[in-house]
Write a protein that binds this ligand. Sequence first.
Ligand code: MG
Length: 222
Amino acid sequence: MTSARAILFDMDGVLFDSMPNHAYSWSHAMTQFGLVMTEEEAYINEGRTGSGTINILAQRFWHRDATEEEKVRIYKAKTDMFNTLPPVKPMAGAHELLETVKAAGKKIVLVTGSAQASVLNNLEHHFPGYFSVDLMVTGSDVKHGKPQPEPYLMALRKAGITASEAIVIENAPLGVASAHAAGIFTVAANTGPLPDAMLRDAGADVVLPNLFEVARYLQELD
Ligand code: MG
């Protein structure tokens, strides 16, 4: 088993098979405001804070940043749309991976760009006993979200460890870039439709196809 002291988990697309719902709701919510975002673009922007994603579209279509009021309205529309969709299920292999990490005595840390209360509540419901509030970084905690290193640097501080004592599990290019910029060894689980090369180019040290392979990889690592 890896000698890392903590495993830092992204949430959407890693712990939960939630990206199809996020991509659908981003794309459909944006059209209500005259903004066009394909589902593929939602995958490419995965990991950004809601506000950061909204600003990319606002810049493209309105040639300015969204106002705070627009951001709140659009993010609410996206969240409302998300909450009408079928409930999100845990990712295949997530329980097994978390149990492997917990049984090895590693700290389990959550680092997500999401600030959706419904999704965060889902975490305790589906994975009781693995996560604690003091070892969580969410979209509302950071000023500069993924792909900036701030979320992962904050996670290291909260866990009381250095970058070399951690391993990150991410699924999205911007999440990988954030972890890589924080100087942390990053394992990408490519659970979505983007090519492996996008994750490698973002700085992933390893790209694996699913969480079962991630669990096996961590167990074999020194
Ligand atoms: Mg993700």
